[in-house]
Write a protein that binds this ligand. Structure first.
Ligand code: SF4
Length: 451
């Protein structure tokens, strides 16, 4: 087999990171090996994200940067949500792109590559690109290779995909399609293979991960996320289970009990609220109120008192008044977050939010975002500082920039820098936290035995 070079650039969320890994797995049997630059690549894939502002423009500017490296043999593909949403337009504006595909069709990449290659061999020239942005009836998960090519101490496993909720700011229901949950047995097999190869932490992924309702192992009825995690916790060697991203409407008692009863389920929950104002939550079509969200937090803290919370916020949604924004600030003060992500609203074409009148001027959005981030930053720093002097298990899942330095994760998903020999990479060890900054912790190893 001829050896070939593959370069993948991944934008956006963890689901895209997972998809990129799986694309590399699909292409490995065709002789493709990952490299970290587009120069000299036989195939380049831009695995795009449509969530953030100017997503399309970022893709076009990256395509422009790659174009000078594109020789006769290179196959250039745009995958992911921008591919799904803008497929025909990409083909029109960048006719040198060979393949455009969506998130649900990447299991067909080998056929697409063969077709692109035939077109190249026939010298059909630009404008003969392949567009595959269907939502096929068969599940792509059934067609992905069993083995992950590269594994570290932490791995992602997609368990659910798509969304039926249609928040008015979000493109996901249009780019990822309807909600789909993989069967329990398929997830268990994938997790089991990863654990056998040394994975100690698995993050279960889904756009609405806690809406998970997969076919039970014996094919009778469906199980929720809490039951799935209890089942995975029986895998010997799996130390940690995480999940993201959740929706408040899908938080159920079973999931809260899983946090209380299953030691492998980490005391961390990312539960986006987006706004603290009932009026804005309604226009966003979030299908929950501020009180509903706060009740969940209260219940969760009863079951799991040390849980660290994270959230997403959008400021400047159309019609947001200063009072609505104050409601968001008050909600943040009431909850107290360990970390959070916050953004200015930017209209996404094709979503109902983009058509709303009363769009908020940019300078007001920026000013509000500044105030919100200052508050979130203060909370994150205080949370990190509250860890100083404590010992906690840290999974070393990354190598530091310097020789003799490792990076790990606490149960609360904070990054920790530790001076430690490289052989401890992949271990989960007790670390005493000595210093905290707003973004990370520093500590020393106090035991050399795994968790
Ligand atoms: S729940 Fe809302 S924000 Fe989350 S993926 Fe679905 S539509 Fe988007």
């Amino acid at each position: 087999m001829i050896e070939k070079n593959l370069y993948i650039k991944t934008y956006g969320c963890q689901m895209n990171v997972y998809d990129s890994e799986r694309m590399a797995d699909i292409l490995k049997p065709l002789g493709y090996t990952l490299i970290d630059t587009p120069a000299g690549a036989d195939m380049v894939i831009l695995n795009t994200c449509h969530i953030r502002e100017k997503a399309e423009e970022k893709v076009y500017s990256d395509l422009g940067r790659i174009r000078p490296h594109k020789d006769e043999k290179m196959i250039l593909a745009v995958a992911g949500c921008v591919g799904q949403a803008e497929g025909a337009e990409i083909m029109r504006r960048a006719p040198y792109v060979d393949i455009v595909l969506g998130p649900q069709t990447y299991h067909r990449l080998p056929e697409m590559i063969a077709r692109a290659q035939r077109s190249k061999d026939k010298k059909e020239g630009p404008g003969r690109g392949i567009l595959d942005v269907e939502f096929p009836i068969e599940s792509k998960f059934d067609h992905l290779p069993q083995e992950h090519t590269t594994v570290g101490p932490s791995a992602f496993v997609a368990i659910q995909e798509g969304c039926d909720k249609f928040c008015t700011f979000c493109v996901v229901p249009y780019t990822r399609g309807a909600e789909y949950s993989r069967p329990i047995s398929a997830i268990h097999e994938e997790a089991s293979r990863l654990v056998k190869r040394g994975v100690k932490e698995i993050t279960l992924l889904g756009q609405n991960v806690n809406a998970y309702h997969g076919l039970s192992p014996h094919g009778e009825g469906e199980w929720g996320l809490g039951q799935l995690m209890a089942h995975l916790a029986t895998l010997e060697g799996l130390f940690r289970i995480r999940y993201m991203t959740s929706h408040p409407r899908d938080m159920d008692e079973g999931l809260m009990m899983a946090h209380r009863d299953i030691p492998q389920v980490m005391p961390f929950m990312h539960l986006p609220v987006q706004s603290g104002s009932d009026r804005i939550l309604e226009v966003m079509n979030r299908k929950h109120t501020r009180k509903h969200y706060l009740d969940i937090i209260e219940k969760m803290r009863k079951h799991c008192p040390d849980i660290a919370l994270s959230s997403d916020f959008i400021v400047g949604f159309p019609g947001e008044s200063e009072q609505d924004f104050q409601d968001t600030l008050n909600l943040v003060r009431e909850v107290g977050y360990g970390q959070a992500y916050s953004f200015k609203y930017s209209p996404r074409i094709g979503t109902p939010g983009a058509l709303l009148e009363d769009q908020i001027p940019e300078e007001i959005k920026s000013e509000r975002l500044g105030r919100l981030q200052e508050l979130l930053f203060t909370q994150q720093k205080a949370f990190n500082e509250s860890c100083v002097g404590k010992s906690m298990p840290v999974l070393f899942d990354r190598r530091g920039k310097r020789e003799g330095q490792l990076l790990g994760k606490t149960p609360y998903a904070q990054s920790v820098y530790v001076e430690a020999p490289a052989r401890l990479y992949g271990e989960c060890l007790e670390v005493k936290i000595e210093k905290a900054s707003s973004n990370s912790l520093t500590g020393i190893v106090v035991t050399t035995e795994s968790e």
